[in-house]
Design a protein around this ligand. Structure first.
Ligand code: ARG
Length: 243
């Protein structure tokens, strides 16, 4: 498995057929997921607040002042002239992060971005059914980063089932999603840090996961593993208020 972000993308792969291209996804429409952020180290993220991006701990080097990250938002096409680009000022990596679990981090932006934020789940009530994932990461295992945001739907996989695929799964801190028997749809390298989300009871998008890891991408029997956002909701809120 890989918990390494990819290096910043300079070239993108050619567009292929929508059915084979996240893995097994299709192109997102402009404005469909306005909270999606691409980070310059080659990760995804979501707008937690107008000036705070929620991403994965394994996408950042540690905590402290950091002006080296650029967040790109407001566009599905990263090369669009309409892209909003804002630099980071600080990073907060999950306290106690050691490469296992606790895969979340916050990035403070130099100025607010005027786009809708993505609400985070604070209970496990939405850890079920089907989720949406989106990102500019590889469209297949070993594939290239994408210029255009891709999206896909992945079904929830319960902890007991996921534990059979991954004995190192941390059940309280991670949740799994994917098409277990056939594979074919998944997040992949470069999607890390991006959100996994679904609709809540009032039809609002709510974030339940953060792209974390998996063995390969979209392999049968090997679902994607996501940080269980609800488990960390209070820690994230506290960290955001102090950032
Ligand atoms: N660790 C990867 C990254 O840094 C994400 C991998 C997700 N893999 C998966 N099979 N869902 O981009």
């Amino acid at each position: 498995m890989s918990l390494q972000p990819v290096s910043a993308a300079s070239a993108y792969s050619d567009s292929g057929s929508p059915s084979t291209r996240v893995v097994g996804g299709t192109k997102a429409e402009q404005g469909e997921f306005p909270f999606m952020v691409r980070l310059s180290m080659g990760c995804g993220g979501s707008l937690y607040a107008k000036d705070i991006v929620l991403t994965a701990a394994h996408c950042v080097d540690g905590s402290g002042d950091n002006t080296s990250i650029t967040a790109t938002a407001g566009v599905v096409d990263l090369e669009s002239p309409d892209a909003v680009k804002v630099k980071s000022t600080k990073v907060l990596q999950a306290p106690g992060y050691d490469g296992n679990g606790k895969d979340w981090a916050l990035i403070k932006l130099e100025k607010p971005i005027d786009l809708p934020t993505l609400k985070t789940a604070d209970s496990d009530a939405f850890n079920k059914d089907e989720f949406t994932v989106a990102g500019w990461g590889a469209d297949k295992e070993g594939g290239e980063q994408q210029q255009h945001l891709l999206k896909a739907n992945v079904p929830f996989v319960d902890d007991a089932t996921c534990k059979k695929a991954y004995s190192n799964l941390i059940e309280g801190e991670e949740l799994c999603a994917g098409i277990l028997d056939t594979g074919g749809v998944d997040t992949c390298q470069g999607d890390s840090g991006g959100p996994m989300f679904r609709k809540d009871d009032s039809d609002q998008w709510i974030q339940v996961g953060i792209v974390s890891w998996g063995e390969g991408c979209a392999r049968p029997g090997k679902p994607g593993v996501y940080t269980e956002v609800s488990h960390f909701a209070a820690d994230i809120a506290k960290a955001a208020s102090e950032l």
